[in-house]
Design a protein around this ligand. Structure first.
Ligand SMILES: [Zn+2]
Length: 231
């Protein structure tokens, strides 16, 4: 079987539904089954119109993004009976538990690499460590400029070998080899966080509850508000 997924697009929950329905009908008439489906056009939810998506007035941009992608994942997963569901470009670290919970099977995201390449590289503040524990960090899952970070409280292999001070020294040394090397290390540190978050979800059945009651009060509020507004 060819592993071809059909991308889905739309300008509202309803239009995504009817797009999917059209593809499912097409599969019937052509006697062909796609390997799975991909949710597209939701990587940057700033472009999505609040009124068309019925975004609650009280939602900020972050909530809007988490909520739309979560609801859309849930709606779509319910209609494709356990087939693969990929989230195109919208798999930022905060969304990983939510989209997993609502039925996504894979995702991709450029944020980690892009933040490592922002003017001054930014590092992802971890919430999960390598031992499957939630850690008490300020600004968890935010990307912060390396020169402003004192301690990331991270036990990934990169941070075990290099302090943020070391990384900043390399980054700002004026030597191109050091500059690019530090960017790659900063990127891989973020990938470890993704890996730990996915492992956490695999190891803890009740991960949604855990992430709604984590040491990060800001994240708890985000998650609880998203979950309360999912239909
Ligand atoms: Zn690290």
């Amino acid at each position: 079987m060819q592993n071809i997924i059909a991308p889905l697009h739309g300008f509202s929950f309803k239009s995504f539904d009817s797009y999917l329905e059209d593809i499912l009908n097409l599969e019937q008439t052509e006697n062909y089954k796609f390997y799975g489906f991909g949710l597209g056009g939701i990587a940057d939810t700033k472009k999505l119109q609040n009124d068309l998506w019925n975004v609650p007035d009280t939602f900020n941009q972050k909530l809007k993004s988490l909520w739309i992608v979560s609801q859309l994942t849930k709606n779509t997963a319910a209609k494709i009976s356990n087939r693969n569901l990929h989230i195109l470009g919208a798999g930022n670290v905060q969304l990983i538990p939510l989209i997993t919970y609502f039925g996504a099977t894979s995702s991709d995201c450029h944020s980690a690499w892009r933040r490592a390449n922002d003017g001054e590289a930014k590092m992802l503040v971890p919430l999960v460590n390598s031992k499957n524990q939630l850690i008490d960090n300020k600004n968890s899952w935010e990307y912060l400029k390396i020169s402003t970070i004192k301690n990331l409280n991270c036990d990934c292999p990169i941070c075990q070998e290099y302090s943020t001070k070391d990384l900043w020294k390399m980054f700002s040394s004026g030597d191109n080899e050091n500059l690019y090397y530090s960017k790659i290390l900063i990127f891989i540190h973020a990938l470890y966080q993704y890996d730990y978050v996915i492992s956490y979800c695999e190891a803890n059945k009740d991960y949604m509850n855990a992430f709604s009651n984590s040491p990060s009060l800001e994240l708890n509020l985000l998650y609880r508000t998203v979950l309360e507004n999912i239909k």
